[in-house]
Design a binder for this molecule. Structure first.
Ligand SMILES: [Zn+2]
Length: 243
């Protein structure tokens, strides 16, 4: 576990009027998580997480269960293992099975109006990481690249995803990739609205996020050494730099 065993503290610097979104979280519908949907919903209420996308591995079962408990707060998502790497999808209505070609998965997601990001694309320890050459083929077809995943052990792997997104002018998503309750809300995207896939895409483009980094990852945000790090405008600043 890359985490410090500190208890959760609320995030300072939340921008009034903006919704805080947790966009990468698992429940017991994933083989590698024991989290009950009811508990994750309760934790979101407590921590001021306005929307949570439940993104179980190749399943929307846990997300649907959570959504039934908290219809407004829960976005039905899925983390889909393709033949080349993992994709994150939001506002999923029809579950996508594992091990399809990425182009097939993207087409199926587009047909149901979902928003699409790419999970931890360069995390060296994940089976679902991407070869850069493969990622370049699908990059123009997705809405965002996950430029910060709180579970990345090597900060460089997140930094590489951010550089990749900047280079191609792509928007970014962030996520805790929470497999336990403790992790929920470590990385939050801020959004003006989050009622539809289009709202999420707009939030990806705005690039405002609050991420809590374990100390080895702190250099991603590059300034200061506080645990809570405002990465607001990180992507936009990056685009300007590379423009
Ligand atoms: Zn995940």
């Amino acid at each position: 576990m890359p985490w410090r065993s500190t208890p959760h503290t609320p995030a300072p610097g939340i921008i009034p009027g903006m919704l805080a979104l947790e966009l990468h979280a698992h429940t017991r519908a994933s083989e590698d998580s024991l989290t009950r949907p009811a508990d994750i919903v309760r934790v979101c209420e407590r921590r001021g997480i306005d929307r949570i996308a439940i993104t179980d591995h190749n399943s929307i079962r846990g997300a649907l269960e959570a959504q039934a408990l908290s219809p407004e707060r829960v976005i039905v998502g899925e983390e889909i293992m393709t033949t080349q790497g993992e994709l994150l999808a939001y506002f999923v209505t029809e579950e996508i099975p594992a091990r399809l070609e990425p182009l097939d998965v993207i087409a199926r997601l587009r047909a149901q109006g979902a928003a699409i990001s790419v999970s931890h694309p360069f995390d060296r320890y994940r089976g679902g990481a991407w070869r850069e050459a493969d990622l370049r083929v699908i990059a123009p077809l997705v809405d965002a690249i996950e430029v910060f995943n709180a579970r990345c052990v090597h900060a460089e792997d997140n930094a590489r995803a951010l550089r990749f997104a900047r280079e191609l002018g792509l928007a970014g998503s962030v996520g805790s990739d929470a497999h336990t309750l403790r992790e929920v809300g470590r990385a939050r995207l801020l959004a003006a609205r989050a009622d539809s896939a289009a709202d999420l895409v707009a939030a990806f483009k705005a690039g405002q996020a609050t991420t809590r980094l374990s100390s080895p990852a702190i250099h991603l945000a590059s300034r200061g050494a506080k645990l809570w790090k405002q990465t607001t405008r990180l992507l936009r600043a990056g685009r300007k730099e590379s423009a």
